[in-house]
Design a protein around this ligand. Structure first.
Ligand SMILES: [Zn+2]
Length: 278
């Protein structure tokens, strides 16, 4: 009797664990979704704490300060969009990478070659896509931008219409929703010229014609005699601490057929024209 009871108890326990396993296994991404939810809960705790922990009382003299919450505020919004190529072979491979804590990287969106858009981080949160980067005086692009990865292994200039059309739809939504300036749609190589080549051979002109980033005019005027190319690149936003890398990044974006770290007379005409738009 006793042994029968034990057996049935074991059976119930086994059944219970089977149900738990099947509910966890009902989604391929259950484990990573759980981690995402836990992390956002931690951030919610930070946001809802009053007074905010470590922002006032921990660092200054508490007798000379006070927390009084305002009633007028909102969440911070992204002001840039940074485009990347994944340098991987498929959407599935990129999703796997963005689930690897060892890789430590992510993006808000991944756009696949067939036009499917996968969101992986809430727009209001900081994804790890930009790394060490600089644009103008902004040295924390991860905090100020939306990162979009385009599934492309980086060796081809073939971008499918489905992928670019989905990207344009996504950019249209983001630009309108967060009021992102036209100039602020740029590439990873623009903000990290010493480190990153992506997106490579990218149809920037097509995007610029839709209002995302700038492109040069068909007719180019000569710059004034005192035109300073390094200063122009700097005023556009480029980090000019390694001017060769900066010129290559500029040419990767606007010239594409040649990315040698020297400005030809035609490159200078293009630079002068786009610089006046930024
Ligand atoms: Zn990148």
């Amino acid at each position: 009797m006793f042994s029968v009871k034990t057996t049935s108890l074991k059976a119930i326990l086994l059944l219970g664990s089977a149900i738990v396993i099947s509910s966890c296994g009902s989604s391929k991404y259950a484990a990573t979704e759980k981690i995402y939810k836990e992390k956002t809960k931690e951030f919610a705790k930070i946001i809802t704490s009053t007074p905010p922990v470590g922002q006032l009382y921990d660092t200054l003299n508490p007798t000379n300060q006070q927390w009084i919450g305002s009633v007028n505020f909102g969440v911070r919004k992204p002001n840039f969009v940074i485009l990347h190529h994944t340098a991987q072979d498929s959407l599935a491979q990129t999703v796997k990478t963005f689930h690897s804590t060892r890789a430590g990287t992510s993006a808000h969106y991944v756009v696949s070659r067939d036009g499917k858009v996968v969101q992986m981080v809430n727009d209001y949160l900081r994804s790890n896509h930009a790394g060490v980067s600089k644009w103008g005086k902004d040295t924390d692009l991860n905090s100020s931008s939306i990162g979009i990865e385009l599934d492309n292994n980086g060796t081809t200039d073939i971008w499918t219409d489905a992928q670019i059309n989905s990207l344009i739809k996504l950019l249209t939504t983001l630009k309108k929703k967060y009021n992102i300036p036209t100039a602020n749609f740029i590439g990873h190589s623009d903000i990290a010229p010493k480190r990153k080549p992506d997106p490579n051979k990218f149809p920037w002109k097509k995007l610029a014609l839709k209002g995302f980033g700038f492109w040069y005019n068909d007719i180019l005027k000569n710059p004034p005699a005192n035109f300073d190319t390094t200063n122009a690149l700097k005023l556009m936003g480029y980090d000019t601490s390694d001017i060769g890398a900066t010129i290559t990044a500029f040419k990767r974006h606007f010239i594409q057929t040649d990315i040698t770290p020297k400005l030809t007379p035609v490159d200078i005409l293009v630079l002068y024209n786009v610089y006046t738009k930024y």
